[in-house]
Write a protein that binds this ligand. Sequence first.
Ligand code: ZN
Length: 66
Amino acid sequence: MTTEPQAPWANVWTDDAVVHLVPIEDIVWHEFSDSCVCGPDSEPHRPQAAGPDVSYVIHHALDGRP
Ligand SMILES: [Zn+2]
């Protein structure tokens, strides 16, 4: 039996232009919006030169994890 390390973050797509990076198993529920309780940071991200502009909304874990 192997134990895979659990990723502390989950990528959650909400639509074509926004990716929410939300900590999984956090002590609070995260809204997938800029007005989430954790005060997420939003930053533009361009994965490919010819690709669409994508915004990352980076949520903060509120359980004190690094
Ligand atoms: Zn959040």
